[in-house]
Design a protein around this ligand. Structure first.
Ligand SMILES: Nc1ncnc2c1ncn2[C@@H]1O[C@H](COP(=O)(O)O)[C@@H](O)[C@H]1OP(=O)(O)O
Ligand SMILES: [Mg+2]
Ligand SMILES: [Mg+2]
Ligand SMILES: [Mg+2]
Length: 322
């Protein structure tokens, strides 16, 4: 199989980071932090998760850079001493090791167009879900020449802990988040052909996807099922294993650009499960333009049976403002 060692390392790194996130969610997300809308638990987990994944990638593939969401700037400040100690403790590293590992994720592809192979990491995708004690994901993708070739998506709270993997051309698999190795069960998208019988998933957060527009789009498609609202790239996991036939991510404000780490892993998992992923205008998702999906707006993922119809209705229902 292609990318065997990459997959092995990526799976074990995402499993280790997921464990760290589960511990932080169990120990630091409390009734009091929920009440105060205190974001500090996710801050610890974000940094510790990036340290764990980047530490593993750096050791195994020192020459392949990582485009991670987080950087250590805030963590290096004097006032951050307490946070830094917590991050190091949860990552199982010294403070210096944790800072160095986090900064291994600081690559910007736009700064060096000669580099065409890099990882992209969202150490916690769905921070709002994490803070609510609900769904979040640890998402790691490998990009080559602007295309995602491998993805590992850890969903610690989905069905008791799920890990989805995909290698381009090799299908998508479902593994346990706690297990070992890379063997898993092949997954596939829903086989619903009639779009009116489909259900769709979308963000819990109305600020991340236009939920008013999705109501109209669903009604125009004849869909009567209630939207399945779930945080993070767990939405891609839902489409990949047939729990939803459509994922709509509809732009909410001009100027927002989707980030590569918010889509790389999820997108390849859906595609390898037999689905289709484009932006809201039906354009292919272009990962070759740096840290953002500069040429794309929003996302539509489907089981591939009625993708063009969904794109048509979405394009008619929303106005994409730059
Ligand atoms: N205005 C926005 N439109 C779309 N996505 C957004 C917006 N603001 C933040 N996000 C991103 O949405 C992702 C999670 O959304 P959801 O769980 O609803 O799918 C996060 O990665 C978050 O990025 P960030 O991590 O920078 O906050
Ligand atoms: Mg994210
Ligand atoms: Mg994140
Ligand atoms: Mg974030």
């Amino acid at each position: 199989m292609k990318y065997e060692s990459e997959l092995q390392i990526a799976v074990s790194a995402v499993r280790a980071a997921s464990k760290v996130c589960q511990q932080v969610q169990a120990n630091l997300v409390t009734a009091a932090t929920l009440e105060k809308k205190d974001k500090s638990p996710v801050t610890v987990a974000d940094f510790a998760s990036q340290a764990v994944v980047c530490g593993a990638l750096k050791a195994a593939f020192p020459g392949v850079p990582v485009v991670g969401e987080e950087d250590s700037k805030e963590l290096r400040e004097d006032e951050a001493a307490e946070l830094r100690a917590k991050v190091a403790q949860h990552a199982g590293m010294s403070e210096a090791e944790a800072l160095e590992a986090i900064d291994h994720g600081g690559f910007d592809p736009a700064s060096d167009p000669g580099v065409t192979t890099y990882w992209t990491l969202d150490p916690i995708d769905g921070t709002k879900g994490f803070l609510r004690g609900e769904q979040y994901a640890v998402a790691l993708g490998l990009i080559e020449n602007g295309k995602v070739v491998l993805g590992v998506l850890g969903c610690p709270n989905l069905d008791g802990g799920l890990l989805m993997t995909a290698v381009r051309g090799e299908g998508a698999k479902k593994l346990s988040i706690d297990g070992e190795g890379t063997d898993g069960e092949t997954v596939g998208v829903s086989d619903i052909e009639d779009v009116s019988q489909a259900n769709f998933c979308e963000s819990v957060e109305s600020g991340h996807s236009d939920q008013d527009a999705s109501v109209k789009i669903a009604s125009e498609l004849g869909i009567t099922a209630e939207p399945y609202r779930i945080d993070s790239q767990c939405k891609y996991a839902a489409v990949a294993r047939g729990n939803a036939a459509i994922y709509l991510r509809l732009p909410t404000r001009p100027g927002y650009r989707e980030k590569i780490w918010d889509h790389a892993a999820g997108m390849i998992v859906v595609e390898e499960a037999g689905g289709t992923v484009t932006d809201v205008l039906g354009k292919p998702v272009d990962f070759s333009l740096g840290r953002t999906l500069e040429n794309n707006r929003g996302i539509i993922a489907t089981n591939g049976k009625f993708h063009e119809r969904v794109v048509e209705v979405v394009s008619g229902a929303i106005t994409v403002v730059d």
